[in-house]
Design a protein around this ligand. Structure first.
Ligand SMILES: Nc1ncnc2c1ncn2[C@@H]1O[C@H](COP(=O)(O)OP(=O)(O)O)[C@@H](O)[C@H]1O
Ligand SMILES: [Mg+2]
Length: 332
């Protein structure tokens, strides 16, 4: 119970935008909940409510055994938060930032120094440790922000899109750090746009859309719910996409999805290999040339599409959205 997160009926309105429309969550102690959802779904708002940064209009929440609305100060001492809104002091060096966090959490000067050194190594910031944070690149800042959240190991951690903007190597390293944290008993609520990240790290996944949790389960449970296999094909000529789509929809048992960029068309099916042979015959009959065709199990992407009606952002799109936000923020 002390390391867990509970929320019931969280509602938060900004003007006429209902950012949260009754969010219920529970994260058992020592587990990772992945909060997945499209842009604007309410992920950050949920994290901000649970970390006491904003008050909900309605609902209640208990974090680390403490009532979030009644005792926000106590909650703040029991949690770690990293992500889109965490504070790194621009004018301090990376090392100074981390030592300062340690001292804020009542570590001794010596312990704070040692811990800062460890984290700087761990997040590949050792070379830049003694430069002011304002000279850091976006990816370096993000790593510093994460390191700051890990100076003390609180029983409950929140990470809002921790790896957006990180390159694959740094993402992989962060995953390792997260796995160690959780092995040590930390309860974690993680928001992410990367389905692979949720698949890899989260014990449980909650899919949010329009301020509500619309599905909940393990990655495998969600995939099973999304139904059986998919036929996925890549047409040789972009012009053939609509024709291939037509064929797949005839054989499929749900909506098809088209990725124009990769010329890929996918549809859920039941019927396995026999059906695949029929699809190939029909494509051949209609003179549609294909580069690739396969029968595959649903991925978390398919889950996301079938639940929210659209594809999750790719890493590039998420990074671009982030960059746009930064550009917007820069103009007064
Ligand atoms: N401070 C705010 N003022 C006005 N609207 C906001 C504010 N914060 C969030 N919103 C709106 O609430 C909705 C949910 O936002 P958010 O929780 O940031 O979504 P996510 O993190 O899932 O992308 C969006 O429509 C967003 O524009
Ligand atoms: Mg967000």
């Amino acid at each position: 119970m002390p390391g867990a997160i509970y929320a019931e009926g969280l509602v938060k309105t900004f003007g006429d935008v209902k950012a949260l429309d009754g969010v219920d969550l529970d994260v058992p102690e020592g587990t990772v909940l992945g909060l997945l959802g499209p842009n604007g779904a309410g992920k950050t708002t949920t994290v901000r409510v649970l970390t006491t940064l904003i008050k909900p209009d309605r609902g209640s929440a208990v974090v680390a055994g403490i009532d979030v609305l009644k005792k926000p100060d106590e909650v703040r001492h029991s949690i770690g938060l990293s992500g889109q809104f965490a504070a790194v002091d621009e004018y301090l060096t990376g090392r100074e930032n981390l030592r300062m966090v340690g001292q804020l959490y009542q570590m001794s000067g010596r312990d704070a120094k040692v811990r800062a050194g460890e984290l700087l190594e761990r997040f590949n910031l050792a070379d830049a440790a003694d430069r002011p944070a304002k000279t850091y690149s976006g990816g370096m800042r993000r790593r510093l922000d994460l390191a700051a959240a890990l100076v003390v190991s609180p029983p409950v951690m929140f990470m809002d899109e921790p790896t957006t903007g990180l390159d694959p190597r740094n993402r992989q390293q962060l995953w390792e750090v997260i796995q160690e944290l959780v092995a040590g008993g930390t309860t974690l609520l993680l928001t992410t746009q990367y389905l692979e990240e949720a698949d890899h790290l989260a014990h449980d996944i909650a899919v949010v859309d329009h301020g509500r949790v619309i599905a909940r389960g393990t990655s495998d449970q969600l995939k099973a719910r999304t139904g059986g296999e998919r036929v996925e094909l890549v047409v040789h000529e972009r012009e053939h996409i609509p024709f291939a789509d037509d064929v797949l929809r005839t054989f499929g048992k749900g909506d098809s999805t088209i990725d124009h960029h990769t010329r890929k068309v996918t549809v859920p099916v039941s019927g396995g290999a026999k059906l695949l042979a029929e699809v190939i015959r029909e494509l051949d009959l209609r003179g549609i040339e294909i580069d690739d065709i396969a029968l595959r199990r649903p991925t978390l992407d398919d889950v996301f599409i079938s639940l929210t009606g659209h594809a999750a952002e790719t890493a590039e799109e998420a990074d671009e959205a982030e960059a746009q936000k930064e550009r917007k923020g820069a103009t007064p």
